[in-house]
Design a protein around this ligand. Sequence first.
Ligand code: 5GP
Length: 213
Amino acid sequence: MKREGLLIVLSGPSGCGKGTLVGEMLKRGDCAVSVSATTREPRTGEADGVSYHFLSRAEFEQYIAEDKLLEYAEYCGNYYGTLREEVNALRAAGKHVILEIDVQGALQIRERCPGAVLIFTLPPTIAELQRRLKKRGTETDEIIARRIAQAEKELPFAQQYDYILLNDALEDAVKDFESIIRAANMRPYYSVKKIGEMIEDVKTFYVSDHCEE
Ligand code: 5GP
């Protein structure tokens, strides 16, 4: 049986390059993203079921009622949530599942999934964040201003994450992300089964050793 993949939460201000970073991680083959559900309007180029599962508010609230969401939050006036089944299936297949979610969702994951690895991404500067949001060209100035204001609210939560990942040069950020995965894989939480087997093994070894004397 395959070892269960890690559950990795990636948060950080909108526009700090999380999407690009995740795109690079997906090239590794052992990582996957869970497609979230949202009630926000699709941006140009976004496809349903690929970027997000785009739902109406009524549909989203039905998902909440049916406990289909591992976590959910309201962000800038829209619902966003992670589909429990999707995450479980990917992890069972051995994939490290990356959740690109906001801080409210991340803190719910921390409560509900003790082994989860929480990463907070930082842009090099706030001026650079604004520049990246403008360059994206998909949002109005008003939405950009809302997202910067949201960053001000989210940044203090960075202290509660396991790792801070500075996203300046992309290739360095990718290397740092890979190091986090390597380190997280070595957490005792992910070796409970192996350690349990060794404890059983060492007992047998000890008994048979003494019996022979
Ligand atoms: P955007 O509208 O730019 O795609 O996403 C806005 C924010 O919602 C981002 O901070 C993103 O990380 C967050 N987000 C996306 N999917 C989810 C989700 O499933 N759950 C939560 N809690 N936040 C999400």
